[in-house]
Design a protein around this ligand. Structure first.
Ligand SMILES: [Zn+2]
Length: 248
């Protein structure tokens, strides 16, 4: 399908080296704090364009409305249109917020997902058609998503918009404690590998002299104050020495 071949640039080959650079260490700032930094209008300086806050604002702007209407122009001058209406849109921010793992389900039963690295690439996209049964279960769960304006650090922020009747509503959830209805939705649409570390049990890790811990899952070094108990990779962390192993 044109949508995938065109829109998702061939940057996959350099993912390995660029991903950590773009994810960066967790900033600990909330979505609200980051959005407050963004000035009205298009950024006027390179610094503004490259800022985490601008990247986050562009990811969040996708939640403004349910319909998607894009026109692609090919090398030979011909064009194709992509047009659909979403009933669900999820953006799960990563690292400093420059990366969003995005899921969407449209009313024609397409369940799409992509890792969107701001101003860089759309990586590892997926597009599957849900069965009518799955679609019905999903629709039944949408009204069960609770209202929430949680303000977790950006690496734990999960924006969820859904269509209910005439209303398109957006909630902000904490990725460390998602509501049951959203967990059920992920079981239906399939959760991507990027966030799977969150299902591992919390691990006790010692704090080093400079107030940092090393995540046992991804080996990244994170500042204790900014990790807030969860590494940007999703692994839950408890401070302190691991309990001694029981002797048998
Ligand atoms: Zn980690």
């Amino acid at each position: 399908m044109h949508f995938r071949s065109l829109a998702f640039v061939a940057a996959a080959a350099i993912v390995g080296s660029s991903a950590s650079l773009y994810a960066g260490p967790a900033s600990g700032r909330s979505l609200k704090e980051l959005l407050q930094e963004v000035k009205k209008g298009y950024p006027t300086t390179v610094e503004e364009f490259n800022s985490d806050s601008y990247a986050v604002s562009r990811h969040a702007a996708r939640h403004a409305r349910p319909d998607v209407h894009q026109t692609f122009t090919y090398a030979d001058g011909s064009t194709s249109e992509v047009k659909y209406r979403r009933i669900l849109l999820i953006s799960w921010f990563r690292g400093r917020g420059r990366i969003a793992i995005r899921y969407s389900v449209s009313d024609d039963r397409h369940s799409r997902s992509v890792r969107d690295v701001f101003n860089w690439a759309h990586q590892a996209s997926g597009d599957e058609v849900l069965s009518q049964e799955k679609m019905d279960s999903l629709k039944a769960l949408l009204p069960a998503l609770p209202h929430s304006d949680a303000e977790p650090p950006i690496h734990r922020t999960v924006l969820v918009s859904r269509q209910m009747g005439n209303e398109w509503r957006t909630e902000t959830y904490d990725g460390a404690k998602l509501p049951d209805a959203l967990e059920k939705i992920f079981k239906i649409i399939g959760e991507r590998s990027e966030t799977m570390n969150r299902h591992k049990p919390p691990v006790a890790v010692p704090v080093t002299g400079n107030g940092q811990v090393v995540c046992p899952a991804c080996r990244d070094t994170i500042a204790v104050g900014k990790a807030n108990g969860v590494c940007p990779c999703g692994q839950r962390i408890v401070l302190g020495n691991p309990p001694p192993k029981e002797k048998k």
